[in-house]
Design a protein around this ligand. Structure first.
Ligand code: GDP
Length: 472
């Protein structure tokens, strides 16, 4: 009986190689310790140093968290408007903004920035974030309390006088404000992007409260700031697993969403020999379905042997003891799913494989302010991430999150132009990392433009967006 070692193994797996700590109340967030029952063990281990820094960061979140003495002091200072003395705790407030995939990627980016700069991360729980995710830090809350006195942060925008970029532009940097707003959203300008320069990082260290609005995975550009490079290399000796580790550490579906995930999985996916996930995200003002998108998905899955060919001449192929492949399709539109399902109903597969198609929802339009809509989106992202093989759509942060959580390198469907299926239709990505869609192209030292995808070997341009940056 090797019961001892056996249960030690189980405990280790349950904690995802040490990413998670034991001691949370299991009932309040079932997904935290149950994900191991649904997701294969990752082949990527977090570094011992990452685990050490996560434990330190948890201690910081607890020491300075909402309603502690240190927090109250910091809030008083914020009310006073001036950073009069050096604070025990500094904060980074993440402002809810954009679609769910974008939000998850920016929370992960903000969290890494918080670790690098020893800031407490507080998350604005509005727009459903609090209903979708469990608390990641033991013994404290990462949600910005509802009695947080400074309400105007919700209205911060690119032109706010409290914006750091705006101040740099107007050369109006005060010596020691209690807070600053960082506008790092897709529409940001040259002065906002100076956030990624080392000198400005040094200045930001002195500001107790930073408010961040972003819809981008800005991690790749943090790897280009010299002051953080050594620390980042220690945290992530393997560079292409940043979101894979931080994502599995931070994002545990709430019980309501976990119920949706596990019921769907157990009903439709659990018994498969192989699970193929196909994410079809179409960025078009018309709703579709589009023939060119169907052609593209079909061309990709057949060419890469992810789906078998069908016999159009032969009415029946023996399917006894055949392998069962389940295909999970996610899309706002149900048209693609229906076409696929019909094709494999009307014709047998050439290899006798049995294929079933499933699509949890078809919401037609993005409605990111609706609670059930966001829950379905999160459940579908998570279900996709439980696939054995994945096909994702270009430009989509929804797909990036699924890919990062899964640890897979999906086949990426290139973005169609002029309603035409691209050739080749897809390729396998270089790494499981998300793409930073709006990186700066600037050499801070030389003070001129530069191709930031060519500075270090591990920060490259993305497969799906030539100007984007990703870690490889
Ligand atoms: P991106 O726009 O693809 O980068 O991803 P986001 O998640 O940031 O925003 C798209 C939003 O549209 C999602 O959060 C959902 O609200 C909705 N959406 C897009 N595709 C799907 C899908 O396949 N299933 C569901 N349920 N919602 C989707």
């Amino acid at each position: 009986d090797d019961g001892t070692t056996g249960s030690a193994e189980v405990v280790k797996d349950k904690l995802l190689g040490g990413l998670l700590v034991p001691g949370f109340d299991e009932e309040s967030c079932l997904s935290r310790y149950q994900s191991v029952l649904y997701r294969k063990t990752s082949s990527h281990f977090p570094s011992a140093y990452l685990l050490e820094r996560l434990r330190e960061h948890e201690a910081l979140q607890k020491k300075c968290g909402p309603h502690t003495e240190l927090y109250k002091e910091a809030v008083e200072q914020l009310n006073s408007g001036q950073a009069v003395k050096v604070m025990g705790c500094n904060y980074l407030v993440w402002i809810a903004y954009s679609g769910l995939g974008n939000r998850i990627l920016t929370i992960a980016s903000a969290f890494l920035y918080a670790i690098l700069t020893n800031r407490v991360l507080l998350v604005d729980g509005d727009n459903g974030t609090a209903d979708l995710l469990c608390e990641p830090f033991l013994g404290t809350s990462w949600l910005l309390p509802s009695d947080f006195p400074m309400k105007q942060f919700k209205n911060f925008s690119i032109d706010s006088p409290d914006s750091y970029g705006k101040m740099l532009k107007n050369k109006a940097i005060h010596s020691n404000p209690a807070f600053l707003y960082l506008h790092l959203a897709h529409d940001y300008g040259h002065h906002d992007k100076l956030f990624f320069c080392e000198d400005n990082q040094q200045y930001l260290q002195t500001i107790p409260w930073l408010f961040l609005k972003s819809d981008n995975y800005f991690v790749p550009s943090l790897f280009l700031i010299p002051a953080y490079q050594e620390e980042l290399t220690r945290l992530f000796p393997q560079k292409d697993v940043v979101f894979h580790h931080l994502g599995r550490y931070l994002f545990h579906p709430s019980n309501v969403v976990w119920g949706m995930i596990t019921r769907y999985y157990d009903s439709y996916l659990a018994r498969a020999d192989e699970k193929l996930g196909i994410q079809i995200r179409v960025f078009d003002t018309e709703t579709g379905p589009f023939q060119h998108v169907l052609d593209q998905v079909l061309a990709c899955t057949l060419k890469e042997h992810l789906l078998p060919e069908v016999h159009t001449q032969q009415p029946i192929v023996s399917q006894r003891n055949a392998r069962l492949k389940v295909v999970l399709i996610t899309s706002l539109n149900s048209g693609y799913y229906e076409k696929f399902r019909n094709m494999y109903w009307e014709h047998p597969t050439t290899n006798g494989e049995v294929i079933s198609f499933h699509q949890p929802s078809h919401e037609e339009h993005q409605k990111s302010d609706r609670k059930m809509h966001n829950m379905k989106a999160w459940a579908e992202i998570y279900l996709l991430s439980l696939s054995d093989v994945m096909v994702t759509s270009a430009w989509s942060t929804f797909g990036y999150v699924a890919q990062g959580l899964s640890g897979l390198k999906p086949w990426l469907l290139f973005k169609p132009e002029n309603h035409t299926a691209p050739d080749p239709p897809c390729r396998q990505v270089l790494s499981m990392e998300p793409c930073f869609h709006a990186p700066p192209f600037y050499d801070c030292k030389a003070k001129r433009g530069a191709d930031t995808g060519k500075i270090v070997p591990h920060v490259r341009h993305c497969e799906d967006m030539s100007w984007g940056l990703k870690l490889v």
